[in-house]
Design a protein around this ligand. Sequence first.
Ligand code: NAD
Ligand code: TYD
Length: 347
Amino acid sequence: MKILITGGAGFIGSHVVRRFVNSYANYAIYNLDALTYAGNLENLRDVENRPNYTFIKGDIVDEAFINKLFKTYHFDGVIHLAAESHVDRSIADPLAFVRTNVIGTVNLLNAARNAWGADFLGKRFYHISTDEVYGSLGSEGLFTEETPYDPNSPYSASKASSDHFVRAYGETYGLPYVITNCSNNYGPNHFPEKLIPLFINNIIEKKPLPVYGDGKYTRDWLFVEDHAMAIDLVFHKGKNHQTYNIGGFNEWQNIELVKLLCNLMDKKLGRLKGKSEELITYVKDRPGHDLRYAIDATKINKELGWKPSVTFEEGLERTIDWFLNNKEWLNHVTSGEYQKYYKKMYN
Ligand code: NAD
Ligand code: TYD
């Protein structure tokens, strides 16, 4: 089986590539990534020389290139993760999100459709999406696969649009697809612009921890390896033309999570209890900030037997240890362009 994984040099994509390369010696895994600021081949050092792994640098928006790629390699499956993924950047530059998340996805759909012919036998297009397409919950309730789409940020609007295109290609052309909508991931290799890795980095550097608004926003956190496990399962066992929600059964208010992180980091760094909490700084809220996300992952649990395997305590500890043991990785990604981004966003 030849599988194209897009965005494999990014945070979640690198864990998916590693899992597939390690688990399926008889598959050929092709990682297509444009290596934007978020893509980093250092994430895949341990598998880069494996015989079943090939890296291809390229942009999913480049129509001629994508069509040629499908004609050259005859992929059996696509696992599509490439995206612009950060809400705050989408507020600053929405068009970049339309370009990659919408046009890039439609390019891939067209290329798959053209290359796979009419019967689509043995083929699968797997689109990775987010719970943010469902909009915001109040203090009660959970997102199910039936929750109507109601995206609020340019990021979630672009992901919702790409989900609709994937579904439409299933309905219109019979393309065999599957979509998963997952909650917030965390773990090793997470780019330090998202809450958990940004705050780990700032605690190490004793920099302010910018909590948006009153900090009472709630997210449902899942360890990235458990997401990769779910993706493996859905790719092999999920039903065509279906959506599955994936979540951590693990809701945290931002401020409570930040305090937990501060305590764990104080212990790891040998600092006095309460020291890192002094860095908490309430800043201007994100516009259109969704109050709460929480996933009902009953369907994937009942149909495919998936549930998270890593507790939050264990996952956070492994994440912190990874960042403390990979200072070189952190230094590489937080130099140059990152400094300009940080100044623009937070000063
Ligand atoms: P990321 O930003 O860490 O990685 C995205 C990757 O895509 C990078 O390697 C980047 O170089 C690549 N890329 C970007 N534009 C490209 C283009 N035009 N052509 C080719 N490659 C391109 O993102 P992530 O957090 O790993 O998210 C991966 C996917 O999972 C996304 O589709 C995202 O919407 C989805 N998702 C993320 C989360 C989360 O918590 N991070 C949760 C649910 C769903
Ligand atoms: P983030 O990691 O950007 O993920 P998402 O917006 O996709 O859920 O943010 C998680 C939560 O943390 C969200 O409620 C916004 C908040 N947040 C802050 O309070 N400060 C920050 O500097 C960042 C990046 C996020």
